[in-house]
Design a protein around this ligand. Structure first.
Ligand SMILES: [Zn+2]
Length: 374
């Protein structure tokens, strides 16, 4: 099988588009990895020298929650409650990060980014611990990658030292805190205010192992809440009313016998995204996350639609980043879309339950990078 599509040969994809406007039958013409024409299927016509592919065209997905530093862990994590494993500052994960050399962490993150790149992921939102040096390390690992890596760093000193927070915000895309339970009201207020003033994102974990009150994690209002596995329907309604986006990580939660109520999130109309969470627990594969979410919601008899899950990876993150145009397949879209060799009759179902790396049509990396304007 040929790994890369010929660089200069134009390509015609006949099948469907699944993007911010939903699913529709369509054709998409590509030149040098870039969309040059979109139209109604059946009206495409044929051009000499053009390669034809049958499949589905989707915006590039975003992994909306990772802790890539954990990729330095290569053994099965020990059993135990999530608190013993990942709680700062003395959980297993933090001991591991402290024990590992900087070079090992950079290498591990680079490997994880490489895998996401092959999976077609365009961006990742990483909660990077270890203060400003942690963010610097992530930036170093991301150098040369086609992935956009958003670093939500975490200041180390408590009480928060303003100078440290400012130094962190100078190089990060915002702050990602542990949880409202782990941090004082004062810390959250100072961090939220500083993020807002700097025009950056403020996110935190919420209701992961136990239910927390929305009055706490919604005040100050964050830009992002991660998990909500223990949130009640009323809690989710409160999050929706505050128009705060949520990232769910169903595989990570399942390891600890928890499951976010995706069906209620869909019914309430929450802005939901998908993340793969700690790299010590799971490979950062957004496609595996999607399929697991689809299957697990049925195992619990709380089925969520494939369309909602597809939006969670392909559309909502771009809206959250303030770039909804990236989620619309049209000529001139800022980030090139993916072409998946899948039957186009029921696109969301196919994409959510069937996508793997080997079903992606490849452009040469340099074409993709050129098309992405990098
Ligand atoms: Zn997390």
């Amino acid at each position: 099988m040929r790994r890369w599509a010929p660089a200069r040969r134009p390509m015609l994809v006949v099948g469907a588009i699944l993007d911010i406007e939903g699913a529709r039958s369509a054709y998409v013409r590509f030149s040098h990895g870039r969309v040059v024409e979109v139209g109604v299927r059946g009206t495409e016509g044929r051009r000499r020298g053009e390669r034809t592919v049958h499949g589905i065209v989707v915006p590039a997905p975003v992994n909306a929650h990772t802790h890539l530093g954990d990729a330095v862990s290569v053994r099965e994590p020990p059993p135990g409650p999530v608190s013993r494993l990942i709680q700062p500052p003395h959980g297993y994960k933090f001991q591991l990060l402290a024990r590992s050399s900087r070079a090992d962490k950079v290498r591990a993150i680079r490997r994880a980014l490489g895998r996401m790149e092959r999976d077609g992921v365009a961006a990742t939102v990483d909660f990077r611990e270890e203060g400003r040096p942690g963010v610097e390390l992530l930036h170093e690992a991301a150098r040369g990658s086609s992935l956009r890596v958003l670093a939500l760093g975490r200041p180390l000193a408590r009480p928060v030292v303003r100078a440290e927070l400012d130094r962190l915000l100078a190089i990060s895309d915002g702050v990602g805190l542990s949880s409202a339970r782990d941090e004082s009201d004062e810390t959250r207020r100072i961090v939220a205010r500083a993020c807002r003033a700097a025009g950056k994102k403020f996110g935190l974990h919420a209701s992961e192992a136990v239910r927390e009150k929305p009055e706490r994690y919604l005040d100050p209002r964050p830009d992002l809440l991660v998990h909500l596995a223990k949130a009640t329907v009323d809690d989710l309604a409160a999050v929706r009313d505050e128009r705060v986006s949520v990232v769910v990580c169903p595989r990570s939660n399942a390891l600890f016998a928890r499951q976010p109520d995706l069906r209620s999130m869909e019914r309430l109309g929450l802005s939901m995204m998908l993340g793969t969470d700690n790299a010590m627990f799971h490979a950062p594969s957004i496609w595996r996350e999607m399929e697991f979410a689809y299957v697990a919601s049925r195992l619990r008899r709380r089925p969520v639609s494939a369309a909602f899950l597809a939006r969670a990876a392909l559309v909502e993150p771009w809206a959250w980043l303030g770039e909804p145009e990236t989620a619309l397949v049209v000529p001139g879209m800022p980030v090139p879309p993916l072409v998946l060799r899948l039957p186009p009759d029921d696109p969301a179902y196919q994409v959510v339950t069937r996508t793997t790396e080997h079903l992606m049509v490849r452009f040469r990396p340099r074409d993709r990078r050129a098309a992405a304007g990098q």
